[in-house]
Design a protein around this ligand. Sequence first.
Ligand code: SF4
Ligand code: SF4
Ligand code: FES
Length: 241
Amino acid sequence: MWIDVLRRESGAATPYLQRFLYEPEEETETVATALTRLNERADLRDATGAAAEPIRWACSCLQKKCGACAMVIDGVPRLACDARLSSFKRGVRLEPLRKFPVVADLIVDRSVLRENLAAMRVWFNSDAAMHSRAAAVGYEASRCLQCGCCLEVCPNFAPGGRFVGMAAALPVTRLLAELPAAEQAELAALYRERVFEGCGKSLACRTICPAEIDIDAMLVNSNAVAVWKRLLRNVDKPRKK
Ligand code: SF4
Ligand code: SF4
Ligand code: FES
């Protein structure tokens, strides 16, 4: 089969497509296996026979746990370690995620994910209150890999914009579930501004999420804490004369 890789040298403005030939030895091989084995070749050559530099890509766990290997695979953001070669017919095209600056080849700089978490003040100032309902929400939200696939397909996310996307919203969901009520106000205000007001609820992020996180349930939970409870409280207040 052929493997097309969109390559970009550090500092170069224009990427180019380079084709490699690769025959999987096992049914279970993934895009990550192919990239590893191509790079293991002592004399890596492209499909024309020209010498090629090793393909730059990132990985850590190789078992859908770290999110590092996210890339665009045949037009779809996915994890390379979760994309079986047997699901592609004659070949596959690999490109870096498109909403982040490219470092080299398939490696992107996802600093914006960390910056958005910092902007949302995702940390505890005191002990969290654990109860069974919070544990279920906290567990589901904590499965987020911070891979960025959801941001790739989100029509409302742009790096540097006000809307932080689901990769930042999920850790906030977890905190909103676990923080004592008295400490929720600041985070709830940030959530309303930077998640609730920007999210169109299309749930494209849920369809693409490689961790298959129940994103709509997470949104329902955090919207209930940060938006609807507050509105209901205001409705209950007696009107000033
Ligand atoms: S929500 Fe899913 S797609 Fe988005 S960063 Fe987390 S794991 Fe990746
Ligand atoms: S529901 Fe739609 S707008 Fe909201 S984060 Fe997901 S893809 Fe983006
Ligand atoms: S290498 Fe960790 S998710 Fe693919």
